[in-house]
Every structure is written in C-alpha cells, then in structure tokens.
Design a protein around this ligand. Sequence first.
Ligand code: B4P
Length: 183
Amino acid sequence: MKRFIFLGPPGAGKGTQAVVVAQARAITHVSTGDLLRSAVANQTDLGQKAKAYMDRGDLVPDSLVLGMVEERLAQADAQSGWILDGFPRNVAQAKALDELLTAIHQPLEGAVNFEVPDEILTTRLLSRGRQDDTEPVVRHRLQVYHDQTAPLIAFYQERGLLISIAGNAAVDEVTTRIEAAIA
Ligand code: B4P
C-alpha cells in the first residue's frame, strides 16, 4: 500500500508515526497541520486567514484546506504515494478527497485510525507545548475531534478501508503495529 490517510484525535501520534512510516516506504508525508503552520509563519494570505482558527483549536474552513491539499498532491514527489496526516478532518473533506482522488486516478488504499484515550492525549499535548497546546484549546480541539472527525471512522469502515491501531504504547511499538497492519 502506498496511499494512506492517518486519522485520529489531536496528540494521537499521527504526525510522529507518519514521518517514520513515510520514510520507510519512500512515500511523501503530507501534514495539513504542518502546511498550515508554515503558511502562518510565512504570513501568506492563507496563513493570515487560518491563524485565528488554529489559535482557538477550531478547524480551518474546508475551502482553504482543500485547495492546499489539491495543490500539494499535484506536486512531483506525491506521485509515488503519500500519507495524508490530519486530513480529512470532517465528512465534507472526506467526500471532497474522494472526488479529487477519483479525478487524479489515485485511489486511497487505507485509513489508519489511531485509538488513544482522551486523558492520555491531554497529557501528551500539554507536555509538547506548541502554541496551540494550552489547556482550554486542547479541550476544545478534543471536542471538535469528537463532533466532526470521529464520524470518519464509520465513513471509512463502510468503505472497507479502516485499519485501527491501539496508539497508547511506546512510539516504536506503535510503528511496529502499523507496519504489521499495512504490510
Ligand atoms: P495537527 O498539526 O494535525 O496536530 P495534532 O492533531 O495536534 O497532532 P498529531 O496527532 O499529529 O500528534 P503528534 O504526533 O504531534 O493540527 C493542528 C491544527 O491545525 C488543528 O487544530 C486545526 O486548527 C488545523 N488543521 C490541521 N489539519 C486540518 C484540516 N484537515 N482541516 C481543518 N483544520 C486543520 O503527537 C503529539 C505529542 O505526543 C508529541 O509531543 C509526541 O512526541 C507525543 N507522542 C506521539 N506518540 C507518542 C507515544 N506513542 N507515546 C508517548 N508520546 C507520544
């Protein structure tokens, strides 16, 4: 398999694992969170629009995120495979991704879903200390996850693409579990 999405709550380890798995498979890691943070740091038009949403722990509007992903997947390094880390994050994004992948003839092969209890997520995020990792913002991001992103578990299960991974273990152990599940 060479085209995946990594799904899961904030702090589940999607980004941590996506770096390792993408490198091992020589495919491209596409993190919408990283792309948005870089747009904010560079003060692009997109970054200026996205910043307030990210600071509050809200999802950035679909119209901004979709264009960014479409542009990224058109680049040369994405043609041999990819992991989409943190995208899609709601059903509208998932449907738009389906349409895009059909149009570019690159079907999705697996949706790796990280399962980690909320209390562990909060501890991990507060110790990471990114600008949007304050206690009230983390609480809000978890709520947004449960309301908007968790429905994607059923969405991908219905399509026969869901691969669930218990993510509450050491980083190396989680990598081993993913590699075994997607081998
Ligand atoms: P993201 O950048 O996607 O951030 P995240 O969900 O917090 O991180 P992740 O799950 O990747 O956790 P990580 O590996 O870093 O999103 C940030 C914001 O961007 C969103 O709130 C939103 O505003 C916006 N955004 C992004 N995508 C969007 C989209 N598609 N639509 C709309 N808005 C979007 O791990 C977290 C911590 O845990 C790290 O410190 C790590 O070292 C540690 N850790 C990882 N694995 C561990 C393990 N096994 N054991 C112990 N610690 C571990």
